[in-house]
Design a binder for this molecule. Structure first.
Ligand code: SIN
Length: 517
């Protein structure tokens, strides 16, 4: 089947925004999504979206905070684009109908960790992602944008100067190939590959593996961001307890009631996310406790309930009132800093293949993303991709000074069983988690390569299964983490506990060539 316009894969903020802007520019995009149109990581984003719109703020301050959080690896030109174009993209969201919260007629701005100013716009208190997703979704439907739900991307191939995208229904039936000039991957991150994650179950990162198979370079996958505070109770989901609660003045305490993060960093609860997550991890290891406590009892009750309605409602279902009770929390996988390497217009190394949002890596986050820069990234680079779709040019990411390869070969063609899926997720959590070791990373690479071998098609050229695409992404994450022999940002290894100057660069992963016979 020939597609009439660009094929956009994914329906979070990045995918829907590209689709809407492409439509406004006169194109006929089709959105493909593996679940329902409204289901994506975006929907669960609480804190908000960062932009220097306050009277005490500036693009330079936002840029400086983004660079400081990024562990020496932020691509300055990408971060300048992000911060400079942020206010215009927020204005676009307002024009599209997103109801940002206001105070006395002015946009309300929250504070989050590692921001030097209050600059987080929010909507519905802590329901920012839901408000954005619903607004973009209803607009996309009103604009008549074609949406194909419960449809899974299985493979991308270059064909006749364009791309062939093979899709199937989510149950594996109805396989078809669509020929198109442009595919925009907006498939999100891979947080759901971890045993414990703040993300919904759709975030399995297969877009990254699919692009890699098609010849794209992937980068920065070793930088997995762990959110410090997700709800901790046996049998309960790891529901996000937004950083904005700490921005409003909540503290973290151990079982003894101590504000232990002060021992790790003077900025304490407002230190960058990697620092706070690591501090909690080490404290849990030191004390043997299963969780620490988020203490929001100092925030006035009215304020707490008005600003965080989603969270207070969630906690009520567990019999907790945060104005009175401390909240049990522990870190969980949250955000994939790396992804498909692109330039600032979203071009990957494969002509016609774009990536945007969490599935892309422009270098804008360096080694550790600043809070609330992720929804923003989807918008700012989404606008650039939409314009590029209208007037295509050539481009791609810069060459990588450090590169590694991962070989793809025929496997055993087995289906992904529940036990294998559990092993994949626990391997990533245990060995490629908040604190990593050289031997643990070696174990992870071996185990994940063995899992991939089980799932990979037995005959070269056969259609990869969804399970093999997911396992490939997991292996790429572990390989990147094993290759980077230093600690930087959200990547921390006990055998290389400090940053190394020679590693102040991005690592590109590419498909390995078979050895000559
Ligand atoms: C949060 O609300 O704490 C998460 C925000 C983010 O991931 O940027």
């Amino acid at each position: 089947m020939a597609s009439r316009g660009p094929l956009i894969v994914g329906s979070g903020i990045a995918g829907l925004y590209v689709a809407l802007r492409a439509r406004e520019l006169g194109l006929r995009p089709t959105v493909v999504t593996k679940s329902r149109l409204e289901e994506s990581n975006t929907r669960y984003a609480q804190g908000g979206i960062a932009a220097a719109v306050g009277s005490d703020d500036s693009v330079d301050r936002h840029l400086a905070d983004t660079e400081r959080a990024g562990g020496g690896l932020v691509d300055r030109s990408a971060a300048r684009v992000l911060t400079e174009e942020a206010p215009r993209r927020i204005a676009d969201l307002v024009r599209m109908g997103v109801p940002f919260d206001t105070v006395e007629g002015h946009v309300a701005l929250g504070r989050e960790a590692a921001h030097s100013r209050s600059r987080i716009l929010h909507a519905g208190g802590d329901a920012t992602g839901l408000q954005i997703e619903e607004t973009l979704r209803s607009r996309a439907l009103a604009e008549g944008i074609e949406a194909r739900e419960r449809t899974v991307l299985r493979r991308l191939e270059r064909r006749d100067g364009g791309l062939a995208a093979t899709l199937s229904r989510d149950d594996g039936s109805g396989v078809e190939t669509v020929d198109t000039g442009a595919v925009v991957l907006a498939t999100g991150g891979a947080g759901g590959l971890y045993q414990y994650s703040s993300n919904p179950s759709v975030t399995t990162g297969e877009g990254i593996g699919i692009a890699f198979r098609a010849g794209a370079t992937v980068t920065d996958l070793e930088f997995v961001q762990f959110h410090p505070t997700t709800f901790f109770r046996d049998g309960a989901p790891r529901f996000l307890m937004t950083e904005a609660i700490r921005g409003e003045g909540a503290f973290l305490r151990n079982d003894a009631g101590e504000r232990f993060v002060l021992r790790y960093d003077p900025a304490a609860e407002l230190a960058s996310r990697d620092v706070v997550a690591r501090a909690i991890h080490l404290e849990l290891r030191r004390t043997g406790a299963p969780c620490v406590w988020l203490d929001a009892t100092g925030i006035p009750r009215d304020r707490l309930f008005a600003r965080f309605p989603t969270i207070t409602r969630f906690l009520a279902a567990y019999g907790l009132d945060p104005s009175r009770d401390r909240i049990p929390v522990a870190p969980a996988a949250h955000y994939t800093v790396g992804g498909v390497a692109t330039d600032l217009e979203g071009h990957s190394r494969v002509p016609g293949l774009f990536a945007v949002g969490e599935s892309a890596a422009t270098g804008v986050h360096g080694a550790n993303r600043l809070a609330s820069n992720s929804l923003l990234e989807g918008l700012v680079f989404g606008e650039r991709v939409a314009r590029e779709l209208l007037h295509p040019t050539t481009g791609g990411p810069a060459e990588f000074r450090r590169r590694a390869t991962v070989r793809l070969g025929p496997g055993r063609g087995r289906p992904l069983e529940t036990a294998t899926w559990a092993e994949l997720r626990s391997t990533l959590w245990r060995e490629v988690g908040i604190v990593r070791t050289g031997p643990g990373l070696g174990t992870a690479v071996r185990k994940l390569a063995a899992i991939l071998h089980e799932l990979e098609a037995a005959t070269p050229g056969d259609l990869p299964s969804p399970g093999s695409n997911v396992a490939l992404t997991a292996l790429l994450i572990a390989t990147a983490a094993r290759t980077r022999t230093e600690s930087r940002g959200s990547h921390y290894r006990t055998d290389h506990p400090r940053p190394v100057t020679a590693w102040q660069t991005h690592l590109g992963l590419e498909v390995g060539r078979a050895a000559a016979a």
